[in-house]
Design a protein around this ligand. Structure first.
Ligand SMILES: Nc1nc2c(ncn2[C@@H]2O[C@H](COP(=O)(O)OP(=O)(O)O)[C@@H](O)[C@H]2O)c(=O)[nH]1
Ligand SMILES: Nc1ncnc2c1ncn2[C@@H]1O[C@H](COP(=O)(O)OP(=O)(O)O)[C@@H](O)[C@H]1O
Length: 297
């Protein structure tokens, strides 16, 4: 009858088993990226989180990159050279600057391939942002429309928590102070509007689609805070049609209309900052074009 193994051997066997298990766990992560189940950026973010995720943290950057469609070993090596990441580096071992560089690169690639789960819809006043959003809310229920906080008063028919969270100035100040807003801005020189961050993080963590309908200043802030966001600029078919829609809506005084049209001119000039431009001629078509941006790679 064999005597029990001596301790060093037990250690070696245990270590070998652990190494095999770790390799399998990393292979599973790579397979998730290859199948599009998880984006490479999600895996990188997981590796850099506080959570206990040894497979993500020990995954080599090279292996993460080559799991992505269209990236072979040579391209991975070139990208790592460009980002100044040594060939053997593991995700968990990257420094702050390398993490930022890699996250930006992955986000930019994701945007180019239309793989983002976060779409920001902006555009000039009265172009039809609200109308297109309402269409998406009704016809594409798997898209989570962010509900903004605002200091303006509810209009007839508007429901707190559905159209906006209607808050007073003190509460808005508190949300800013407690860093609860992903972005915020004073819109049309009057009230403050902001995007609550926790629901967005929760939805994105769950792999859900999220859309924000916000003004231009807010869109720029989201781009800085979450570079994976796809920024969409909604355009009117013509300038004359934009004027017609603003006047036709009839919700602003003539003076306010004139002021908004001045702002609209400035905003239209910023359209090149956006990733995608969509002309809102027909509401259903424009909505479909926006929703199509969510399709997985
Ligand atoms: N930055 C920012 N802008 C927002 C937010 N929510 C709404 N807006 C913008 O605020 C503007 C005013 O919206 P609203 O009060 O509904 O009036 P509207 O101009 O008649 O549509 C629109 O341009 C929205 O895109 C937000 O959370 N952040
Ligand atoms: N594709 C479209 N064709 C014609 N009218 C439209 C279209 N989209 C929106 N409108 C109308 O234009 C006006 C402004 O739309 P709205 O959604 O309030 O704009 P925004 O939210 O961008 O300020 C509304 O009266 C709306 O019914």
């Amino acid at each position: 009858m064999p005597a029990h193994r001596n301790p060093p051997e037990v250690d070696r066997v245990a270590a070998a088993r652990a190494a095999v298990a770790a390799r399998r766990a990393r292979a599973a992560v790579k397979a998730q990226v290859a199948s599009g189940e998880r984006s490479a950026l999600e895996v990188a973010r997981a590796a850099w989180s506080e959570a206990d995720l040894p497979a993500e943290k020990s995954l080599r950057v090279r292996d993460l990159l080559t799991s992505m469609s269209g990236i072979g070993p040579a391209r991975a090596e070139a990208v790592m050279g460009e980002l100044r990441i040594a060939p053997s580096k593991r995700l968990g071992g990257l420094g702050t600057r390398q993490r930022t560089a890699l996250a930006d690169w992955l986000a930019a690639r994701g945007r180019k391939r239309g793989a983002s789960k976060l779409v920001v819809l902006a555009g000039p006043t009265a172009v039809g942002k609200g109308t297109v959003s309402a269409h998406i809310r009704e016809h594409f229920p798997d898209v989570n429309l962010s509900v903004s906080a605002t200091t303006r008063k509810p209009r007839p028919g508007e429901v707190d928590g559905v159209h906006y969270y209607f808050v007073d100035d003190a509460e808005f100040d508190r949300m800013i102070r407690d860093r609860e807003l992903l972005e915020w801005a004073v819109v049309h020189n009057s009230y403050r509007y902001g995007t609550p961050r926790p629901p967005i993080d929760r939805a994105l963590d769950a792999g859900d689609k999220v859309m924000l309908e916000i003004d231009l200043q807010g869109a720029r802030q989201v781009r800085d805070a979450m570079p994976e966001a796809v920024l969409v600029f909604l355009l009117p078919p013509t300038w004359e049609e934009l004027v017609r829609r603003l006047i036709g809506r009839g919700t602003e005084s003539a003076e306010e209309q004139a002021r908004r049209l001045e702002t609209a001119k400035v905003e239209l000039a910023a359209q090149d900052e956006f990733d995608v431009r969509i002309v809102n001629s027909d509401v259903g078509t424009a909505a479909r074009e926006v929703v199509d941006l969510f399709s997985a790679p």
